[in-house]
Design a protein around this ligand. Structure first.
Ligand SMILES: Cc1cc2nc3c(=O)[nH]c(=O)nc-3n(C[C@H](O)[C@H](O)[C@H](O)COP(=O)(O)OP(=O)(O)OC[C@H]3O[C@@H](n4cnc5c(N)ncnc54)[C@H](O)[C@@H]3O)c2cc1C
Length: 378
């Protein structure tokens, strides 16, 4: 719901801005999306544009007064349609810096947020551990106050931007609660191992904190605020994963449709064979349904991200699951050509899959959504 035409135009302009960057990224995508290393060409596109400003509030070099989930969703829908690598780098600028935006000290904000906005610093958020993913309350990483210092001990794995980020917001156990600390890359005691290699390549790695000594000012927010910071981050950005899923699915269905229109079998284009038409029609329908939900959730998240976290979960669940079905159907439409290693369909197929696991696996989201439903229905 827009206040006026200017506000609506602002979002249209963001979409056009994202499209111009995505167009330049498209030729680089086959190489960038097949590599777990930072792709310089894609990174340069982000840095030379001003699009990362959307990830940071205007007081610290960002575009808008507050980080806007709708603007973020619009950009991710466009970016993911062009390149998973581009989308991943952009997404992490918001997700990796948001704990600082909502809970950081003035010094932390002044030091890091302008660099995130310009793209000079890449951001990382470290929650997951080798033995803990969804069940975050079981993290083993410890934050120990010791005189004027904080000691950080533990290991984080599958961390996006590991090895290329300038800093990591790290979630750990502190006494009986959970806190977050800001850890600059290169600090003594932090070692980083990249990988493992995924079939949908991404920049990920393991961070090991071997009694890393941090100043007390490295804590983000108050002691025991770690869970709230994590929730705020998810409440603001989860919906954008749904948007990314739609962007990918739409790009995939366009590819399959071109093929189905031009390839003939049994005397007519594939697209005119009933079951093939059905595969395309069902995919398009589901993508459009998901898009409506994603944009409704993004609009709600603009004013109250935490109060609408269930909408964000529903949109991420609905869109990523719809994208999963769409890429599978599209590959079927392509026949054997969809199986070729270098086919764009193969790339979409692989990169759709992690979206149903990362940032809240579908099954975990369903639990939260059903819990909310039970609370609402009297
Ligand atoms: C490409 C990629 C990038 C990532 N980047 C980051 C990052 O930057 N920072 C970070 O901290 N983490 C990151 N992760 C990790 C990601 O957030 C975790 O994979 C996710 O939280 C799920 O945890 P898990 O994989 O350990 O699965 P587990 O928690 O082991 O769950 C496995 C499966 O069990 C089921 N399940 C689990 N719990 C429940 C439940 N309560 N009820 C019902 N079913 C359940 C689900 O089906 C789930 O898929 C990344 C992962 C990927 C793939």
């Amino acid at each position: 719901v827009f206040e006026d035409g200017d506000e609506q135009q602002r979002y249209r302009d963001i979409r056009e801005e994202a499209k111009a960057i995505a167009k330049l990224a498209e030729p680089l995508a086959p190489e960038a999306d097949e590599s777990g290393e930072l792709h310089q060409g894609i990174y340069d596109l982000l840095r030379t544009s001003s699009i990362c400003e959307i990830a940071v509030p205007s007081a610290y070099g960002g575009r808008f007064e507050t980080v806007d989930p709708l603007a973020f969703a619009i950009v991710r829908e466009v970016f993911m349609g062009a390149s998973a690598h581009l989308d991943g780098l952009f997404a992490m600028q918001g997700i990796g810096s948001f704990p600082i935006t909502v809970g950081g000290s003035k010094e932390q904000k002044e030091e890091w947020l302008p660099k995130v906005a310009s793209g000079e610093a890449l951001a990382g958020l470290a929650l997951t551990e080798p033995s803990v993913g969804s069940d975050l309350k079981n993290v083993k990483t410890e934050i120990i106050a010791s005189g004027d210092d904080l000691i950080l001990r533990g290991q984080k794995s599958y961390i996006s931007n590991a090895g290329v980020a300038a800093f990591y917001c790290v979630f750990g156990r502190e006494n009986a609660g959970y806190s977050m600390v800001l850890v600059p890359a290169g600090i003594p005691g932090l070692t980083i191992e990249t990988g493992p290699e995924l079939f949908a390549p991404a920049i990920i790695g393991t961070l090991t904190f071997d009694d890393v000594v941090l100043p007390a000012g490295a804590r983000i927010g108050e002691p025991n605020q770690g869970f709230d910071l994590g929730l705020s981050t998810l409440g603001t950005f989860r919906v954008s994963m749904g948007a990314a899923a739609i962007g990918l699915a739409r790009a995939c269905i366009e590819q399959a449709t071109r093929h189905a229109k031009s390839r003939e079998a049994f005397g007519r284009p594939l697209a005119r064979l009933g079951p093939v038409a059905g595969l395309l029609a069902d995919s398009w329908t589901e993508i459009e349904m998901a898009r409506l939900l994603v944009y409704r959730a993004a609009d709600r998240a603009r004013t109250d991200p935490l109060g609408n976290v269930n909408y964000a979960s529903m949109s991420k669940l609905g869109a990523t699951e719809a994208a999963g079905r769409a890429v599978d159907r599209c590959l079927q439409v392509m026949g054997r050509f969809g199986l070729e290693r270098d086919s764009p369909i193969g790339r979409y197929y692989r990169h759709a899959r992690p979206m149903r696991i990362a940032e809240g696996a579908s099954e975990v989201l369903r639990l939260g959504i059903a819990r909310q439903l039970c609370e609402e229905v009297k």
